[in-house]
Write a protein of this length. Structure first.
Lengths: 209, 437
C-alpha cells in the first residue's frame, strides 16, 4: 500500500516536524539598538524599567523584569513593547526576544487576558490533573479571553489537582467545578475562595503551637 | 520529635509583617550575630553541620568558607526557584515567614562579608514574591537592611528578582545567568560560583530553607542545633509529602526518623484499601524506592546508601493503582520540556526517552527497547554541564530496574491489544487513514 506523498501533512518550511525556530532572513541587516528619537516609550513603562535597571550592577539583569513590565502593559510581549524596552535598556530587540522565548511565562504571541495554568505534573496527575485540564479545555479552550495552559509543577502539590488562576493558586479542584470557576473569573471574582492557597493553614500538627 | 523550629507558630496571623515577626523574637538572632565577629558566625555555621536543603545537601558553612576573604564585590543569591516536582516547602516558608529568610540572609551575608544579595523567586509564586517585597521594604525602613545595619560595620542591599518560569533556573549557574538577564543556560563548572559567579564575582547560592534555618542556629547555638537529627544530617527538615496520601502537605521533621512515620504517621498513608507501590524520597529527580524501603531512616546518608537521595526533601507517594509506565512518561516529558537544550546528551536523551516510553505505552516496543532505554540513561548521567539530564535518567533508570516485569507486561498487553484491533479490517483502514490525513 503506497502512501500518497502529497497527503502527508507538512509545516510551512516543508518538513513533517515543527521547526526549532522561525527561519532567519539573512538578507536583512541585524537590528541595532532602537533610536530613542524615533521610538516613543510610555513614561510609566520607562520609569519602571529604569527603576529595575538601577537595582543591578549590570543593566542587562533587568531584562526579565522589563519584559514582565511590557507584558503587564500590553498583555503580551508585543514587538513594539520589546522595541520600547530595548530602547530604554540600550539593548537590541533581538537580545530581548531571545530572553523572552526562553521563559514559559513570557508570551511572544497574543494571549487571553485571564491566565489559567493547570498543573499537570506528577503529583497533580496522580490526583486527576489530566481530567481537570480536559475539563478546563472543554469550557475555556477556545475562549479568547482565557490563556489556558497545561503547566509543569507549580509547587503546590498539597493542593493537587490545582490551577493558578490569574496568579492565585486554587485547589484541590474537581472537574465538575470548572464551569463555576470560569464564570467567577469572567465576573472578575476570586474563584473558590475557601480553597485559595493564601488562606490555607499548615497541615503539620506540630506547627499549630 | 523535637519542637518545630521553622514551623513554630507558622500560622500566626500576619506573621509575614515585621511587627508580628519581631513580637515573636524576630531579628534577635541578627542582633546576636552582629555582636559576634564574622569569623565566629562562620564558625557557628560550620559547627552546626547544616546541609543545604535545596537538593545537593552540601554543607552550608563550608560553602560560605569557600568565599575568598577581603574587600571585593561578593554576592549572596537565595535560590527560591523551587520548581522540582513534588517540592513546595519554600513556598510556605516565604509566604508565611518571609522575614525569617531575610534575617537568615543578613546573617549569612555577614559571615561571608557580602554586601549585595538577591532573592531569585520563580515567576509563578506571585503572592510569595509580593510578601517578600513588602517584607524587604519593612526591613529597610527599620534599618535591618541598608548601610551599617544596627550600627555595625555590615551593610547589605537586597532585592527580590522574579523569574519567568523555567525549571532549569533552579540550577545554580543557570540561575546566575537568568539573574544576569540572559537565557537560563547552565555554565561549565569549575569555576564554581564561590569563586566566579554572579557578574564574575564570588557568589554564595543557597536555598530558602537553608537560609531560613540560619537564625535558629544562631539563636540556639551551633552545638545545640547539631544535637538535633543524626550526626551526618543535623537539624530539622521541612518535608513536602504529596501524591497518593490522605493529608498531603509540608511537615517539619527531625532528620533520621523512619520514612514510614512521615508517609503513614503524618501524611496518613495512601487512601483506604490502597498500598504504597513506590515513592520518590527527594522529588521527581530522585531514584524511586519501593514499599520495602519505607523503614529507612529519612536522612541524607541512609538514603544515599539505599541508592537514592534526600534531595529537596519532597516525598511523592504512588499507590498500587497507578501503572509505573504512566509515572515514567510524566517524569520524562517534564524533563524534555525543561531541558534548556545546551548539552546534547540531555536534549536528545530526554527526547528519545519520551519517544521510547510512548512506544512502550502504545505497544510498539519490544523488551529489548528497555535495555536500549537503560543505555540512554547511562549515557546521560555525568555527561552534561548540569544535572537536569541526570535528574531524568536516575528515576527512569531506577523504575526500569525495579519494575522491569511490569514494563514487559505493559508492552505485551499493549501489543496484544493492537493485534486485536488490526485483525478487524475496518479499524485497520481507519488507522491508515488517520496516519495519512
Amino acid at each position: 500500500m503506497a502512501i500518497d506523498p502529497t497527503r502527508v501533512p507538512r509545516f510551512g518550511h516543508g518538513s513533517r516536524v515543527p521547526g526549532w525556530d522561525d527561519a532567519a532572513d539573512l538578507t536583512k541587516d541585524p537590528e541595532g539598538i532602537p533610536d530613542p528619537a524615533t521610538t516613543p516609550v510610555p513614561e510609566e513603562l520607562r520609569a519602571r524599567i529604569e527603576e529595575f535597571m538601577a537595582r543591578y550592577p549590570d543593566r542587562r539583569s533587568a531584562a526579565i523584569p522589563a519584559l514582565r513590565a511590557v507584558q503587564e502593559r500590553y498583555g503580551w510581549c508585543t514587538p513594539e513593547g520589546i522595541q520600547q524596552a530595548a530602547c530604554v535598556m540600550r539593548l537590541t530587540p533581538g537580545y530581548l526576544i531571545a530572553v523572552a522565548t526562553f521563559y514559559d511565562m513570557l508570551f511572544t504571541e497574543p494571549v487571553g487576558a485571564n491566565d489559567v495554568f493547570v498543573c499537570t505534573n506528577i503529583s497533580c496527575s496522580l490526583r486527576g490533573a489530566d481530567d481537570l485540564f480536559a475539563a478546563f479545555h472543554e469550557h475555556a479552550g477556545d475562549d479568547p479571553d482565557f490563556n489556558l495552559r497545561a503547566f509543569e509543577c507549580l509547587g503546590a502539590c498539597d493542593l493537587a489537582p490545582m490551577a493558578s488562576i490569574n496568579g492565585g493558586y486554587v485547589g484541590p479542584i474537581s472537574p465538575d467545578e470548572v464551569p463555576a470557576i470560569i464564570e467567577a473569573v469572567r465576573r472578575g471574582e476570586e474563584p473558590l475562595p475557601d480553597r485559595q492557597l493564601k488562606y490555607r493553614k499548615s497541615v503539620d500538627p506540630n506547627a499549630a503551637a | 520529635m523535637t519542637a518545630p523550629l521553622l514551623f513554630k507558630g507558622i500560622d500566626e496571623p500576619d506573621l509575614h509583617t515585621l511587627d508580628v515577626y519581631e513580637r515573636n523574637g524576630g531579628y534577635e538572632s541578627l542582633r546576636k550575630a552582629l555582636s559576634m565577629s564574622r569569623e565566629e558566625v562562620l564558625h557557628e555555621l560550620e559547627t552546626s553541620a547544616l546541609r543545604g536543603r535545596g537538593g545537593a545537601g552540601f554543607a552550608m558553612g563550608k560553602k560560605v568558607s569557600f568565599l575568598p576573604k577581603g574587600q571585593m564585590d561578593k554576592y549572596l543569591v537565595c535560590n527560591a526557584d523551587e520548581s522540582e516536582p513534588g517540592a513546595f516547602k519554600d513556598r510556605e516558608l516565604m509566604q508565611k515567614s518571609p522575614h525569617m529568610l531575610i534575617e537568615g540572609m543578613i546573617i549569612a551575608a555577614y559571615a561571608g562579608g557580602i554586601n549585595r544579595a538577591f532573592i531569585f523567586i520563580r515567576g509563578e509564586y506571585a503572592l510569595q514574591a509580593q510578601r517578600l517585597e513588602a517584607a524587604v521594604e519593612q526591613a529597610k525602613e527599620k534599618g535591618y537592611l541598608g548601610d551599617r545595619i544596627l550600627g555595625s560595620d555590615h551593610s547589605l542591599i537586597l532585592w527580590v528578582h522574579r523569574g519567568a518560569g523555567a525549571y532549569i533556573c533552579g540550577e545554580e549557574t543557570a540561575l546566575l545567568d537568568a539573574l544576569e538577564g540572559k537565557r537560563g543556560n547552565p555554565r561549565l563548572k569549575p569555576p564554581f560560583p564561590a569563586n566566579q559567579g554572579l557578574y564574575q564575582g564570588p557568589t554564595l547560592v543557597n536555598n530558602v530553607e537553608t537560609l531560613s534555618t540560619v537564625p535558629t542556629i544562631i539563636r540556639l547555638g551551633a552545638d545545640e542545633y547539631a544535637k538535633i537529627g543524626t550526626t551526618g544530617s543535623t537539624g530539622t527538615k521541612v518535608v513536602s509529602v504529596s501524591g497518593h496520601v490522605q493529608r498531603p502537605g509540608n511537615y517539619e521533621i527531625e532528620l533520621g526518623i523512619p520514612a514510614r512515620e512521615i508517609i503513614y504517621g503524618l501524611a496518613g498513608g495512601p487512601p483506604e484499601g490502597r498500598d504504597v507501590k513506590f515513592w520518590f524520597p527527594g522529588g521527581s529527580s530522585s531514584p524511586v524506592l519501593k514499599k520495602e524501603d519505607l523503614d529507612l531512616s529519612y536522612d541524607f546518608d541512609t538514603l544515599a546508601k539505599a541508592g537514592s537521595m534526600l534531595g529537596s526533601g519532597s516525598i511523592i507517594v504512588v499507590d498500587d493503582s497507578t501503572p509505573v509506565v504512566n509515572v515514567a512518561l510524566k517524569v520524562a516529558k517534564f524533563y524534555r520540556h525543561e531541558s534548556c537544550g545546551k548539552c546534547t546528551p540531555c536534549r536528545e536523551g530526554t527526547n528519545w526517552t519520551v519517544k521510547m516510553l510512548e512506544r512502550i505505552d502504545s505497544g510498539e516496543a519490544t523488551p529489548m527497547d528497555l535495555d536500549i532505554m537503560a543505555g540512554v540513561q547511562e549515557n546521560i548521567i555525568g555527561n552534561c554541564l548540569c544535572v537536569l539530564g541526570d535528574s531524568m535518567a536516575m528515576p527512569i533508570g531506577s523504575m526500569v530496574a525495579k519494575f522491569r516485569e511490569e514494563f514487559e507486561a505493559h508492552i505485551e498487553a499493549a501489543r496484544q491489544r493492537n493485534e486485536l484491533a488490526t485483525t478487524d479490517e475496518a479499524p485497520a483502514e481507519a488507522l491508515i487513514q488517520g496516519a495519512v490525513a
